[in-house]
Design a protein around this ligand. Sequence first.
Ligand code: NAP
Length: 244
Amino acid sequence: MNKVVLITGATRGIGKQIALTFAKEGYDVALNYIKDGEELNSAVDEVKAFNVECLPIQGDVSKYEDCERMTKEVIEKFERIDVLVNNAGITKDMLLLRMKPEDFSQVIDVNLVGTFNMTKNVSQYMMKQRSGRIISLASVVGISGNAGQANYSASKAGIIGFTKSVAKELASRNILVNAVAPGFIKTNMTEVLKDEVKSSIIDSIPLKREGTAQDVANVIKFLASEDSSYITGQVINIDGGMVM
Ligand code: NAP
């Protein structure tokens, strides 16, 4: 029987690359999406090309009822969840003075509350299994802060505190809980930045390049593997040395 991974926000960007990386390792994939369309269809087809099962599950991670239903759908289909990757995330960048209360709360709701919603539901099944891995996408700005990203940085710092607390709660059930903190990774999220901004960020990175979605997926694959069985409650930066 294949192991099962559930990945939120997995139709594009880092989430899709994580899905393909786990499929290549022989995992069956539960792939969460919000809206269907070409991106979803091609992500599902690409996962299935590795001869594993792919279950698309529709739902908004910021809604608790959606997360409860999605978790049940995955259990009904595969009877277990070995790895949860809390990947879904949004930005609504703005300087504090111009940031509307809803710009703050929407980012917190998707990034941080979404991580709580999925982790709470999935961990109940992992506790019965007495095994599991939960890996959440934080960000280096959750450690260093970033002008124009008070909402996003707060959500990612929250994920770090959440990860460490839940790691302590679930360790006795053999559930390992970690986070990764990517730096500047080439995806739609960073594509919107102006060229001058991009090149000044790249200049500040010791390895002098932006990261790829595969750079992130590789570390998440490690955190799901037996090779990391003595690591819990940690945050691993994937940032070319940007934040030390
Ligand atoms: P992306 O290309 O914008 O993809 C984000 C994914 O999340 C999309 O599939 C999106 O779905 C989904 N999503 C958004 N809101 C959702 C919700 N409420 N429920 C379920 N899914 C939702 O972003 P990315 O660059 O791949 O980032 C992935 C993760 O890495 C995020 O948590 C991000 O904060 C983190 N990260 C990224 C970078 C970077 O440089 N790119 C750096 C640090 C951390 P739709 O396609 O339907 O919108």
